[in-house]
Design a protein around this ligand. Sequence first.
Ligand SMILES: C[S@@+](CC[C@H](N)C(=O)[O-])C[C@H]1O[C@@H](n2cnc3c(N)ncnc32)[C@H](O)[C@@H]1O
Length: 285
Amino acid sequence: MSQVQKLLSKNEISAKAGNCLTKSNEMMFNQSGLLHEMMKQCWGANFVSPIEQELKREDFKVLDVGCGSSSMWLLQLSEDYPSAKFVGLDKISKFPKDFSQNNLQFTQGDILEGLPFEDDSFDFVHMRFVLMEFTEEQWEEKVIKELVRVCKPNGWIELLDIEETKLVSPSSKRLLALFGEYLECKGISSSDNIMTEGIFDFLDATNLIGRIYSDERLVPIGNWGGDFGKLALKWSIMMFCSLKKVFVPLRMSEGEYERLLNQHSMENDYHSYLIFRRIYCQKNF
Ligand SMILES: C[S@@+](CC[C@H](N)C(=O)[O-])C[C@H]1O[C@@H](n2cnc3c(N)ncnc32)[C@H](O)[C@@H]1O
């Protein structure tokens, strides 16, 4: 069995999962909401650290770093676990306002300048889809050290991100090349293996972490992945659409970019896929 087949069989991304997402009215999801639901379907949960029971405790504190303006993960978790306390932090101060949970708060902050929390403050520190925000040096020198610092002894740290991007249609190859250029402008190399090696090494180097676990899922993009694959293609179109404002000044006119996106939406018979990985570990007592 190939690695791709193995990962596919690990997923429960059957037509059932795809249908379920399609029926829940995908149009109400924005790009990050759709990705959030896709991750939940892939893993059957919003986290993999063994904290399910502890999340029912009143003194259990959760931090989500780089929570984003829609903060879907926090909105859902704080509703599912009303006893625990949740904090979302992002460098951009645009946070959701329309929620009724009183166990959720947001704060503006930049992890590169240090998280505005005392050492050992949180039982669970979570961060996802921020891989492309930092250089390898920032991951090593600041990001991982800060996540570990604010985590309590015996607390858990969990990261989720894209590990491998295999986009093979002609349009997606061009879009990916643009993405690489964009990252390079930010000083970030798209070829760094942060999710497969870097983060493990940097966590290890703190000498404050025990065993590091990881778990991966493959998300097929396009018709070969059934309903789920079609949905994933929609997500990739939304994602590249949202990047128009940064790509267009780089290399092409708006019209050209629109044509490329259009081509991407029609090239749905290629075996493209993404591999997502969760890395999770417990801070030593
Ligand atoms: C792709 S979004 C992911 C949002 C959210 N985690 C999710 O799962 O949808 C990346 C987020 O990281 C935030 N971010 C980037 N650099 C940051 C920094 N230095 N400190 C805090 N947040 C940062 C961005 O503002 C953005 O909201």
